[in-house]
Design a protein around this ligand. Sequence first.
Ligand SMILES: [Zn+2]
Length: 481
Amino acid sequence: MAAVVGVVSGLQLFSPDLLRAVPAWVALRHLRRLCLRPGAEIAPADLFALSHEVKSISEFWSHSWRGRLSAKLCLLLMLKNGGAAVCLGTVAALFVAVLSYQDLLPGWYKAARIEGRFDGEVKTSPWAILSGLIVASLTLLLWRSRVLVFLDQICIHQGDAGLKAKAIVQLGAFLKNSRKLVVVWDPTYLSRAWCVFELAAFLHTHNDEKPAQVVVKPIVFAPAVFVIAIGGVLLMAFEICLPSHNLFTLMRALYLIAWGLLVAHLLEDFWRHADVAEEQFRTFSWQSVTCDCCSMNHLGPNGEVIACDKEILTRCLNQWFGSQEAFENRVRTSVRDSFLGPITRGFPLGYSWQLGANSYLAWGMANMFASRAHAGAGEFTVVVPIYCVVWWLWLAPIQYFTLGLIARWIHKKHAEKLSRPAACAVTFTRYFGYAMNCGLPHLYQRLLQMVLDQISAALVFAFTTFSWALVAYHMWAKPSK
Ligand SMILES: [Zn+2]
């Protein structure tokens, strides 16, 4: 045991051939197979053969096998393929918009409801936004990211007990040789001994890097991004395809509110999870985390006695941090900050993810630009790219940011024991806040378009909303205390 502890805690790579990684796309394909055919048997040797020896690992994927696999897969697909999906989807939408403008694609004429002032008809069609959606979805599923990642099930031989034991004791060294730690977080994560060990070992071995490259992504982000993107595409398609009629305007407003509430519900869910993590950190004790070996009473499948992982880990942690209490303190303070800081500060999904989820705005605006340019709508065409930049780069992100703040406040209030009238007031504020947050920017845009000429209205809208976004962000983007 002492020798094993020495190897684990020493963080030295004794057998470099054990340091293995797998291209991200191969790891994702494996997870997809597990999702589609949960019971399918895959020979451990075949799995192990997917990985190969490396000098260093780009990303160490840390996750709990207790978490929901499908959500985990979606999240990792977004993490690894999301950037490519947004770029290719946008290129496709722009290309198709040019074809629409050139009259090379079918479309239909409808009376324009452009800012209430343009009386002509425009030729419209949803092809640009649809092609953006289709190309982005295919890229998300099929893109082959070659980043070398560590996924335990593939990079550690699951069928050869000797190799497995050797790899496990070298896990600390693997983490030391990893450039980035990607935590796929679900509420079971902090209750698993190996997960906490991976997090602590990574931070311990990357102590001199400020900040350490830890990327924490809660799995609840996957459905949130999905709802934002698909809901947005539907809204834009609605706008583009349906006739200009008051009834449809009302339906669109109702749809906007329903969609906003769904996203708000997911954000409230996120804060519920963040609170669980907060509580887990606050009351963290190494004693309460579990290992599979302990739940099996340290008996193997044939009744043989197996060593306890946690005992080995405990001794390593003691060597690194001095004592168990010192380690627990570290988890409750600096590990907590590295973990919770990035996910509870600023934009709910992170700014780049927010841009990715909102890329439907660019696809829809490309559509609109083509229609208006085709109709010779002059300044009504010129303002489209301005509105695209405003909504995509700061207005929609800051709307989600405030939506996240309201959701957090609501979640806090729900946790308190409120009297009935107070609870009613909170519920009213919740819906009122969500509706205002959703509707006010649209109303403001419309008002400016009514009182100013189109280009001035767009510029004033851009300037004022940008100032508002800066002020709001600097006032409220604080880490959870
Ligand atoms: Zn055990």
